[in-house]
Design a protein around this ligand. Structure first.
Ligand code: SAM
Ligand code: SF4
Length: 466
């Protein structure tokens, strides 16, 4: 793969972002409310509008932002939360990202790449716990080329265990060239995620001192090349805490606008991980983001991009997760272990092979129970992607409340599969109550009738109805 960024320039207007953040300080109550209302009408916000929200400090107005985010989530996504698990394929890396335990200069991390039989064992362990959606994660290394990524995806889909299998594989890996993306796409991937880490070029340069990742533009245009290769389902992210989080939030919005303008479709998801401690790594050297700012960030991202999924990971504590799920998160991981080979060995060697440390160590079953008890509807749905509803088409469908109408029944059916095949007694009880609440909430009619029929089919052993 040849890295070529000739003719490319950054679409992140740094000076303009700093100026906008400066000009929008001390916003009026009227202006903040206008912007929240625009978002509740399901419009993407402009950068200046996001900056106004970022500069809101008044506690009462901040509460209005939080409530706006909760309301928008209810209107667009309902109470559904999609579950997934990360699966680390290999932690060899030729980059030297200063925040990451996998960086090549880190002698304390133990290196490992799963062999195909080991990958099979990991998949079986995940399927056995009830997972249906994975994100495969790779360091950046010549041996993790497009062919390798393709082959690991194909292998993942091929594994069947009991009633289960993995139905959607997303990718978090280094940016590829167009040919590479085409090959990976042919394996049937869902979303291709690349986090820019920081949109601030000078900071980017200092935290990525060597390796292919030190090229800001190659990474910035990484998802353009994915789109050029026909992958219309892409995920953006920034590693929060490397630089000013408000700047990064604006960067994510400008990146979204760039994709919308060029490809007529924004990103499928945004990720906003905070830096966590990592083996052999001084993560205290970065500014970080405190809890109060993090909550504000999530709520503002929700309002800024109403139709983009927000992903929250086990990097965050249970307490924070419970709080911010309410204002806008649509996907979470659960029962995660990020050590290479950790699922099939029950995490015994996890720490030495992990990229960073997780804060939410609850097993999937417990997370599902607690979500149900809190009134959320857990979902393992993969329907849209398998019906070809991605990218531009997905956006069209999503606009008139599609997500609520079609996703809720699919969420109920996939959660019921979990309840039937994998749940503990306590989770079964809490889960069935949630399923019943969903049915009560649905208006009588054909849709409800069909769902009741399908619920019976699942109870009678049929699987994967959508
Ligand atoms: N190697 C590829 C790359 O860098 O894009 C793929 C995935 S990397 C293993 C996944 C993401 O983990 C990175 O993009 C980064 O944002 C995040 N990450 C790295 N170090 C971290 C840390 N100490 N705490 C939290 N997240 C971290
Ligand atoms: Fe390698 Fe990715 Fe970690 Fe950077 S963030 S050191 S590229 S695994």
């Amino acid at each position: 793969m040849k890295i070529d960024t000739t003719g490319l320039t950054s679409f992140i207007p740094e000076a303009e972002i700093f100026q906008t953040l400066e000009n929008t300080k001390n916003p009026t109550t009227k202006r903040v409310r206008e912007i929240i209302a625009k978002s509740l009408d399901k419009n993407r916000l402009a950068p200046e509008e996001m900056a106004v929200l970022l500069n809101t400090e008044d506690p009462e107005l901040l509460e209005e932002i939080f409530e706006g985010a909760r309301e928008l989530k209810r209107r667009i996504y309902g109470n559904r939360i999609v579950l997934f698990a990360p699966l680390y394929i290999g932690n060899n890396c030729i980059n030297n990202c200063k925040y990451c335990g996998f960086r090549c200069s880190n002698k304390e991390v133990s290196r490992k790449t799963l062999t195909m039989p080991e990958l099979d064992q990991e998949i079986e362990a995940l399927v056995d716990r009830g997972h249906k959606r994975l994100i495969l994660v790779y360091g950046e290394h010549p041996k993790y080329d497009a062919q390798f990524i393709h082959d690991t995806v194909v292998e993942t889909y091929s594994i069947k265990k009991g009633n289960g299998e993995i139905r959607r594989v997303n990718i978090n890996a280094a940016p590829l060239d167009v040919e590479g993306y085409k090959l990976v796409k042919s394996a049937g991937i869902g979303t291709y995620q690349i986090f820019q880490e920081t949109y601030h070029q000078e900071t980017y340069k200092s935290v990525h001192p060597s390796g292919p990742k030190s090229d800001y533009l190659w990474r910035l245009y990484g998802l353009d090349r994915a789109q050029d290769a026909g992958i219309d389902d892409v995920g953006l992210g920034a590693l929060m805490g490397l630089f000013d989080w408000k700047f990064e939030a604006m960067g994510l919005l400008y990146h979204t606008i760039h994709l919308e303008e060029k490809y007529n479709v924004g990103p499928h998801t945004l990720s906003f991980p905070r830096i966590e401690p990592a083996i052999g790594t001084d993560t205290q050297q970065f500014p970080g983001v405190n809890d109060a700012d993090f909550k504000k960030l999530v709520a503002i991202l929700r309002l800024a991009v109403p139709y983009t999924g927000l992903i929250l990971t086990c990097r965050e504590s249970v307490e924070i997760r419970n709080e911010v799920i309410e204002f806008g998160v649509s996907q979470i991981d659960a029962g995660s272990d990020i050590g290479v080979g950790a699922y099939s060995t029950q995490g015994s060697e996890s720490y030495e092979k992990s990229q960073f440390v997780l804060n939410d160590g609850r097993p999937l079953d417990l997370v599902l129970r607690e979500l149900s008890e809190a009134g959320f509807l857990p979902s393992f749905c993969t329907g849209c992607y398998r019906l070809g509803r991605t990218g531009e088409h997905f956006m069209e469908f999503a606009v008139p409340g599609f997500v609520k109408r079609f996703c809720t029944p699919n969420a109920v059916l996939t959660f019921l599969e979990y309840i039937e095949d994998y749940a503990s007694e306590e989770t079964k009880e809490a889960g069935m109550k949630q399923v019943e609440r969903e049915l009560e909430r649905m208006p009588d009619g054909d849709q409800k009738k069909q769902l009741i029929e399908r619920i019976e089919q699942v109870k009678n052993g049929q699987r994967d109805l959508y």
